[in-house]
Design a protein around this ligand. Structure first.
Ligand code: KG4
Ligand code: ZN
Length: 338
C-alpha cells in the first residue's frame, strides 16, 4: 500500500511516498532555511508564501523519485496540526484537493505524533517494546509521552516555556553563530574542552515538565555580561565560544536524560523512542547509548521535519479504517491527550 504524505506545518515544504508504514520510496524536503536565516527564526508570513510556491513542485518530485503516478497512490496523508496556521493551511488545502480530485482517502496526522513514529522509517528501523516513553525534541516542541502502542499515546510532560531546539537557536544567535543553531552548536561542542557550568532546571522533584528559558538567559549573561548588554559575542575567543556551547549542550543533555529516567520510573516503560530535530544531536545520542532501556532514534534523514513520518503513521490509520473527511481543519495545537 502506497501513501503520499504532505508536510507544511512550519518552514519545510515536504512530500514523501511510503509503503507499508516503513519503506520510504521518496522523501523530498524543500527547506526555507535561507529565507529565515537573516531573522534567526521562522517568519510565519514568509513561510506561508514559500509553501505556496513549493508545494506542487515538491509533490511532483516525490512521485517522480518514487517512480509512481497519482493512480498508484492509495491514500493522501497530511500533517494537519500543530504548527503555524498559515503554513498548515497550504498543505491541508493541497491534500484535500488531491483527495477530492483523485477520489482517494484522506488521512490527517498530528505532526508531533508523527515525529514519534519516525523511528519506524527506513531499512534500519526497529520496533520499540511497549509500553514506551516517547520524547519529542524540536524547534517548536519539547514533550514526553507514554505509548502503549503507536496509536495509544498520552502526553505526560511538556516544556513550560521554550522548546529545547528554540533554546539552541537562541544560544547560537547570542554567540553570533548562524541559523539553525542546533547543528552548529552540536559541532562546536566537540572543541569545548572546558565546558562552562550552566544551571540545570529540573522543576519540582517529580515533574516531567521542562524549562529552558533560564538556561538561555544564563548563557546570555555569561556571554554578554550584566543584563546581556555589556559586550557582544566578538569579545569571545574561539575557545570561549566552544566552552559556552559545550556547557550549554551538557546542561540540555543532562536535563533530558534525567527527565527520561523519571518518565521510565513513572511509567514502567521498556524502551524509549525519540523524534524531532534535536534527536539528531550527537551529545544526546552518546549520552543515551548505554541507557537502562533501549533508546531508538530516527535515521538522521527523518529527525527534522519531513512528510515520510506522517505517511508512515497514516498506514496505521489506514489499517484501522480511520479516515478524515474533506472538512478536515488545520489546527495550531496538538490533540494528543494528557
Ligand atoms: O523537528 P524540526 O525540524 O522542526 C520542528 O518541528 O520544530 O526541528 C528543528 C530544530 C531546530 O531548532 C534545530 O536547531 C534543531 O532542531 N536541531 C538540532 C540539531 N539538528 C537540528 N539541535 C541540536 N543538535 C542538532 N544536531
Ligand atoms: Zn517538527
Amino acid at each position: 500500500m502506497l501513501i503520499l504524505g504532505i508536510e507544511s506545518t512550519c518552514d519545510e515544504t515536504a512530500a514523501a511516498v511510503v509503503s507499508d508504514g516503513s519503506i520510504v520510496h521518496s522523501n523530498v524536503v524543500a527547506t526555507q532555511v535561507d529565507l529565515h536565516a537573516k531573522y534567526r527564526g521562522v517568519v510565519p508570513e514568509i513561510a506561508s508564501r514559500a509553501h505556496i510556491e513549493n508545494i506542487i513542485p515538491v509533490i511532483k518530485e516525490s512521485l517522480d523519485k518514487a517512480g509512481c503516478g497519482f493512480d498508484q497512490i492509495d491514500a493522501i496523508a497530511i500533517a494537519c496540526r500543530p504548527g503555524l496556521i498559515g503554513s498548515l493551511l497550504i498543505g491541508v488545502t493541497a491534500a484535500k484537493t488531491l483527495a477530492w480530485s483523485l477520489q482517494k482517502p484522506l488521512i490527517g496526522a498530528d505532526h508531533v505524533h508523527a515525529h514519534l513514529y519516525s523511528v519506524m522509517l527506513g531499512p534500519a528501523a526497529q520496533s520499540p517494546i511497549f509500553p514506551a516513553v516517547g520524547l519529542v525534541i524540536s524547534g517548536g516542541h519539547t514533550a514526553l509521552y507514554r505509548l502503549n502502542s503507536f496509536l495509544e499515546v498520552r502526553r505526560i510532560g511538556a516544556t513550560i516555556d521554550d522548546a529545547v531546539g528554540e533554546a539552541y537557536d537562541k544560544v547560537a544567535a547570542i554567540l553570533g553563530l548562524g541559523y539553525p543553531g542546533g547543528p552548529i552548536i552540536d559541532r562546536l561542542t566537540a572543541s569545548g574542552s572546558n565546558p562552562v557550568d550552566f544551571p540545570r532546571t529540573m522543576l519540582a522533584r517529580d515533574s516531567l515538565d521542562f524549562s529552558f528559558s533560564g538556561l538561555k538567559t544564563a548563557v546570555l549573561y555569561k556571554v554578554r555580561g550584566h543584563k546581556g548588554r555589556e559586550r557582544g559575542p566578538e569579545s569571545l575567543s574561539e575557545a570561549d565560544r566552544a566552552n559556552v556551547a559545550a556547557g550549554f549542550q551538557a546542561a540540555c543533555v543532562d536535563v533530558i536524560v534525567k527527565k527520561l529516567r523519571r518518565a521510565i520510573d513513572r511509567t514502567g516503560a521498556k524502551s524509549v523512542v525519540v523524534g524531532g530535530g534535536v534527536s539528531a544531536n550527537r551529545g544526546l545520542r552518546a549520552a543515551l547509548a548505554r541507557f537502562e532501556v533501549p533508546v531508538l532514534f530516527p535515521h538522521t534523514e527523518f529527525c527534522t521535519d519531513n512528510a515520510a513520518m506522517s505517511a508512515g503513521l497514516a498506514h496505521l490509520y489506514f489499517q484501522q479504517g480511520t479516515f478524515a473527511s474533506l472538512d478536515l481543519d488545520a489546527a495550531t495545537q496538538s490533540e494528543i491527550a494528557v
